[in-house]
Design a protein around this ligand. Structure first.
Ligand SMILES: [Zn+2]
Length: 611
């Protein structure tokens, strides 16, 4: 009796642990019918959503995002813009005042929910501005699917950021975050961040979207157009099918985070195939200001080829670069970007950034609200990596400008830790550096610490193991540690959770008859391994790796010169002495990190020119 109970308990406990630890992800399938009133900038919508709960938890409520409810005076977004004043995002302001405050009544964004049913039964729901809580008629058990249906109408807001009507480049409708979208439920719980202007998180979903709109509109979207011969813009032999002056467009997409589209009468559509995929669509207004789009094809082709080979293969059949007319923002299988660019390098910079979000946000779907440094930072890294090859520059490394920008930013004294939630930074510039720059330099520093080959292998394995999933920073770190054999937790903690900085220097150089003795000093708060190099008068570079004890494994080689490994430097020790077998007359330059990847905030004492 006692023994059998013990066995049952052991079984239950083992099941409990298995469930708690196992990775899962929720799944959603949307079918939507949208009828647009282009004159009034409104639409009617209905949605059938199949939602599968793969978590070990029984769900009694679900949440939806209603992003457009933010676009009105006195919304949380308006309050945030007003509250942040000069420290906030200048794009949301005009003459220092929130643009949301002056949205006219008839242009306020709205998503008015008429009713929601779960498995055919009416359910109660509550709306707190951009978050809707739905009380379920019946709980959704683990590993089961439920069906929601709903009907709503929407007002396309005045364009403030990303979504909206009649933006400054004249695009009629930018339809992003435009439908009631079920929130993500994962290891962090419900992702119910109020929308106040920053980023997103969502479950991987399938879409089947039918849009009725006046027949003279062309639609750009992230997805597969199922009826190109019945609508304007995509097929030269198309016979536009219209009912009461409206054409019907049908778009589908599989396994993306959200479906975005835009509509304009003046759009042209160009497409071309990248060898090994995807098929690329350029959707833009063809005019004097967008001429540079005509030069894009060879650059975009090379861009996808580099991304596919270095960061992992783009997983979807198509990708669309769409002129949305406000900055740039990534969505499933497409991006909305500014159309007007001064040259091809400017346009490609934007395309490379937003395109790279297909890796770091879409396929490797991290929570952008919680860990913005993982999507903006990794994307900025990929952008820098590719742009350096598309438009070569004389720089010590592809990220040298970012290291410099970080160094200059630090002098302002307003840095905030990258670990903060994206929307909760006190200062807009601090958010930009915390997420874009600090995140990019996270990878650059890892390349320096563990060697570029190990970093490239880490990025590959990260893609192989986590593509089409929701990785966290721990998952990435785990792979980096496994690939390099190094303990890297200390680095991640310093770099992401704190604003401490790196500052090493050369304290003293003594030239002797047969050698030179160098004393290095750590004046900073973040310890790092040091690559100390000398260049001889006959232009030979010898690099002395001084490992940091905390990594416990040293890199085998790196990119600069003859590579020698010295005894390690304990992180608690202030100074380090190094003797190199060269005399003063044999040396031309000595210095810390010739590659200039290490984000040392004070480089004045990092190099010595031997005279
Ligand atoms: Zn970005």
């Amino acid at each position: 009796m006692k023994k059998s109970i013990a066995i049952i308990f052991a079984f239950i406990i083992s099941q409990f642990h298995a469930q708690q630890g196992a990775y899962y992800q929720q799944a959603a399938k949307y079918k939507m019918n949208i009828d647009v009133n282009a004159e009034k900038f409104t639409y009617q919508g209905n949605q059938a959503l199949e939602y599968t709960n793969n978590s070990p938890d029984e769900l009694n409520v679900v949440y939806f995002h209603l992003y457009w409810n933010a676009f009105k005076p006195n919304s949380m977004m308006d309050q945030r813009v007003a509250g942040q004043g000069k420290n906030g995002d200048s794009r949301l302001q005009k003459d220092g005042v929130s643009r949301l405050a002056s949205i006219p009544k008839d242009q306020e964004g709205a998503q008015n929910i008429h009713w929601i049913k779960q498995n055919g039964k009416d359910v109660k729901f509550e709306i707190q501005e951009t978050i809707m809580k739905v009380y379920l008629a019946e709980p959704i058990k683990p590993n089961s699917t439920t069906s929601f249906t709903m009907e709503w109408d929407a007002v396309i807001p005045q364009q403030i950021r990303r979504s909206g009507r009649n933006n400054k480049e004249g695009v009629d409708m930018t339809m992003t975050q435009w439908y009631p979208k079920i929130a993500e439920y994962d290891y962090d719980g419900w992702a119910t961040f109020d929308y106040i202007g920053r980023e997103f998180h969502a479950p991987f979903s399938d879409f089947d979207v039918t849009i009725k709109i006046n027949k003279d509109y062309v639609i750009g979207a992230g997805g597969i157009l199922e009826n190109p011969t019945e609508v304007k813009g995509y097929d030269t032999n198309a016979k536009i099918k219209a009912e009461k002056n409206k054409a019907t467009w049908r778009w589908t997409a599989k396994n993306i985070l959200d479906f975005a589209w835009s509509a304009d009468k003046d759009y042209v559509v160009k497409s071309f195939d990248i060898p090994q995929g995807p098929k690329v669509f350029l959707v833009y207004q063809n005019n004097d200001k967008t001429k540079v789009w005509e030069e894009a094809q060879p650059y975009v082709t090379k861009y996808f080829q580099i991304m596919n080979s270095h960061f992992g293969k783009y997983a979807y059949p198509t990708y669309a670069f769409i002129q949305g007319g406000d900055g740039g923002m990534e969505y499933g299988m497409c991006t909305m970007i500014l159309g007007e660019a001064k040259d091809i390098e400017g346009l490609m910079g934007l395309m490379a950034h937003e395109g790279s979000h297909s890796w770091y946000q879409q396929m490797l779907a991290t929570n952008e609200s919680m860990r913005p440094w993982m999507d903006e930072g990794f994307t900025s890294y990929a952008e820098g990596f590719v742009m350096y090859q598309l438009f070569p520059e004389e720089l010590p490394n592809p990220f040298a400008k970012s290291v410099d920008a970080y160094r200059n930013f630090i002098k302002k004294g307003i840095e905030e830790p990258a670990v903060w939630l994206g929307d909760h930074h006190d200062n807009g510039t601090a958010y930009t550096y915390a997420s874009y720059v600090k995140g990019e330099l996270y990878l650059v520093q890892l390349g320096y610490i563990m060697g570029e080959q190990n970093l490239a292998e880490t990025l590959k394995q990260y893609y192989d193991q986590w593509s089409m999933k929701h990785p966290s920073d721990r998952d990435f770190l785990h792979i980096a540690q496994k690939v390099s054999g190094m303990d890297l937790k200390w680095f991640q903690n310093y770099w992401i959770n704190t604003t401490k900085t790196i500052d090493y220097g050369i304290k003293d150089v003594k030239y002797d008859a047969k050698s030179t003795t160098i004393t290095l000093v750590n004046n900073g708060q973040v310890p790092m391994p040091i690559d100390f190099s000398v260049m001889t008068t006959d232009k030979k570079v010898i690099t002395y790796q001084i490992p940091l004890n905390m990594t416990h494994t040293w890199k085998e080689k790196d990119i600069y010169g003859d590579f020698k490994t010295m005894p390690y430097w304990p992180w608690t020790q202030k100074e380090y002495t190094l003797i190199v077998p060269y005399t003063k007359s044999q040396l031309s330059v000595l210095g810390i990190d010739f590659s200039q990847r290490m984000a040392d905030v004070n480089t004045e004492d990092n190099f010595v020119e031997v005279k």
